[in-house]
Ligand binder design. Sequence first.
Ligand code: BDR
Ligand code: CA
Length: 313
Amino acid sequence: MSPRKIIIDTDPGQDDAVAILLALASPEDVEVLGITAVAGNVPLPLTEKNARIVCEVAGRPDVKVFAGCDAPLIRPLVTAEHVHGKTGLDGPARPDPTMPLQDQHAVDFIIETLRTQPSDTITLCPLGPLTNIATAFQKAPDIVERVHQIVLMGGGFFEGGNITPSAEFNIYVDPEAAEVVFRSGVSIVMCPLDVTHKALTDRTWIEKMESLGTLAGHMVAGWTDFFERFDVAKYGSTGAPLHDPCVIAYLIDPKLFDGRFINVEIETKSDLTLGMTVADWWRVTDRKPNALFLNSVHRDGLFDLLSERIARL
Ligand code: BDR
Ligand code: CA
């Protein structure tokens, strides 16, 4: 089978960084047509810069990186420096990237790609707030039916939220954008906290990454080590959840995951539950299913995959 053509829409973020490395290390499975940065974990000038840092760590300065929306559709930006550090990619220091940022706006790149590539061949992989994707759908409604699938990290239900008691960060930052995407009719696969909180790093794996003796291995070890301290302190867990790599891992080996095709709606009104992904897991409504909601992962299989692929870089 030829590799799936994907666009990674991202707000790096250490876990975004590992996801990008996993994708770039897996050319037989995914062809990365471009990386589109969005404001999220940190403001846009940092996320686009971080995306280029990651490409250079992968030895891939040829990858096209685009800057997109610098704020949610209608709300002020909420960021997560408390998790990811001041730069968004705190951990081992890296020089500023020298590879170029593309001139084209990320939203226009998404639209152009969907219009010029054969219909039903492009998978969108959002790893941050859904602002770029929703903006593209609003600006060019004709592209919606051309999307093959959206595989995203976002939401949570039984696991609750991480930025508020009921909302996960990516959806909370731009709930109106999430609503546009979840109501678009495009086939959606979601990696919510219910699955990503089972994708926990551990010491042995971090040490294994370091012992690869490569730049990529060293950076993955340092990034996840940095990221881990926050989650261990917050949840008392053994390691850090590699949220965003679940999206790419799903594309490579969907058998690692399990879930249910259900209706998911986004709360956009209530102050208390803003950004909640209201998942009809028990199918108690007659609302139409619109998303495959993943809730379990073969944890060791996921980390074996990551180890094997990161070692290639
Ligand atoms: C999501 O929010 C960000 O902090 C992570 O990169 C991930 O995409 C988890 O809630
Ligand atoms: Ca992210």
